[in-house]
Design a protein around this ligand. Structure first.
Ligand SMILES: C[S@@+](CC[C@H](N)C(=O)[O-])C[C@H]1O[C@@H](n2cnc3c(N)ncnc32)[C@H](O)[C@@H]1O
Length: 277
């Protein structure tokens, strides 16, 4: 299997000198159509199996809600963050120690000593909080800072399937999706974070997996000392706010990535490929 085939290469999809307002429109002609429903393993099943395969010691989840995904993770210690928990699952399952912080992720990263809460750097994180790209960008760089260089960060909802679910307003997304096959789905525009990471952090390893319902994106080769995303945050947000959050913009994004079947990640795949040697 070629490494390159699995990695997003947006620098060639989105030329550095192209005005942001033209990114979606200009590349739409050459873009691939949107994919149909993802056909891989369900995202929680993938996360659970990766946590087992990797023998995760310290897990961090941003956006816990009912605890459905959190409860499935196998880890020694786990920390969850959500401004409004609605727990219906036993989050302590398969863990020795669990800590929950009921606050926004921004407050969490500003106020909490995360390595102390986890007992060391995170080796696995799942980012599934606010579905607006600037939030996920902050969640990513804040998580990378407290992660192990050999850690893995999984991003949820970055591989959406149709325009209504892209809307930044969740109620509008739900309303407009009523007449579609994706009734009630909301991913927001967090897909832009994948393009941002590929453009501004080519040192990261990015793998896009076809996990239903709306994809999993795995980021590894982490550099906890990197501060470029934080330093250039305002400029990057301005740039990508101008990228059309439309079916055309999304199609242009898909034309620059390869979707890896989850089976290839879970079965017979050399997991070390995902991490620093
Ligand atoms: C899709 S749900 C999480 C689902 C859960 N990870 C799962 O798969 O079972 C998204 C959660 O993000 C939380 N959220 C919204 N804004 C947030 C923020 N600023 N920081 C952290 N979490 C946030 C919401 O309260 C909501 O519970």
């Amino acid at each position: 299997m070629s490494d390159q085939a699995d990695i997003l290469v947006p620098p060639s999809t989105i030329p550095a000198n192209m005005p942001p307002s033209q990114v979606g429109a200009a590349s739409a002609e050459a873009s691939a159509p949107l994919p149909g429903p993802h056909r891989g393993d369900y995202y929680i099943s993938v996360l659970k199996r990766l946590s087992q395969t990797r023998a995760v010691k310290r897990y961090l989840e941003v956006g816990v809600c009912t605890g459905e995904s959190f409860a499935q993770i196998v880890a020694e210690r786990a920390v969850g963050v959500d401004p409004a928990f609605r727990l219906t699952h036993n989050v302590a399952t398969n863990k020795t120690e669990v800590r929950l912080f009921q606050m926004s992720s921004d407050a969490f990263f500003a106020e909490v000593d995360v390595p102390a809460a986890l007992g060391g750097p995170a080796d696995f994180a799942f980012l599934d909080g606010m579905h607006q790209f600037e939030y996920l960008l902050r969640d990513f760089y804040n998580t990378e800072r407290v992660a192990s260089p050999r850690g893995l960060i999984a991003l949820h909802d970055c591989l959406p399937l149709a325009e209504p679910m892209l809307l930044r307003d969740s109620q509008e997304a739900v309303r407009l999706s009523r007449e579609t096959p994706y009734n009630g789905w909301w991913t927001g525009d967090v897909w832009k974070v994948v393009a941002i990471l590929a453009k501004y952090r080519p040192d990261l390893r990015i793998v896009c997996a076809d996990a239903p319902p709306t994809g999993l994106v795995f980021v590894s080769n982490l550099d906890p000392g990197s501060d470029s995303l934080r330093r250039d945050y305002c400029r990057i947000v301005d740039e990508f706010a101008a990228v059309p959050n439309t079916a055309e913009g999304l199609a242009a994004f898909y034309s620059g990535i390869s979707l890896v079947p989850t089976a290839r990640i879970l079965l017979g795949f050399d997991h070390s490929l995902y991490f620093r040697a």
